[in-house]
Design a protein around this ligand. Sequence first.
Ligand SMILES: [Zn+2]
Length: 169
Amino acid sequence: MLTRKIELSARDTERFHKKYLRGNNCWEWQELLDGKGYGILSANHNNFYAHRISAHLAGMDIDNKAVCHKCDNPKCVNPDHLWAGTLQQNNEDKLNKNRQAKGKDFGMRKSKLTQEDVDYIRDNYYQKNCRVSNAKQLASKFNVHTDTISNVIKGKGPWAIKQPQQTED
Ligand SMILES: [Zn+2]
């Protein structure tokens, strides 16, 4: 399983950092690639996706998440170009909770999106093979530009991702 939990020794971490070219834009993996062009690192008798390792090392929470490329370059391991998307099938529960929560304005008057909409978009956005996304469908559902969907997903500008709040159980 390429999506297994990433646990690398210091030595393997060092190996990882030697296998890509660090540029101003994409950092392209220079070694083993899978059939779709994603970088692979073999470590401790396992294969790991290089971009998942990069996201992990950058401190992203990638457990049960897909690590996707903003730059659409499967070889790229630049953490600035990566984001962890929640797998849709794991989100039914969360989605139901969000539906029950009261929609609240995001603090941006010109936007039509409420916090509830933003949560919905984040929970329901997906990219097939990290490529073909449903951004268009979401954009038309909420009557906004696809760039807005993209910004919501990336947590850009007014859509900065807040730290999760403590819930009372
Ligand atoms: Zn890139």
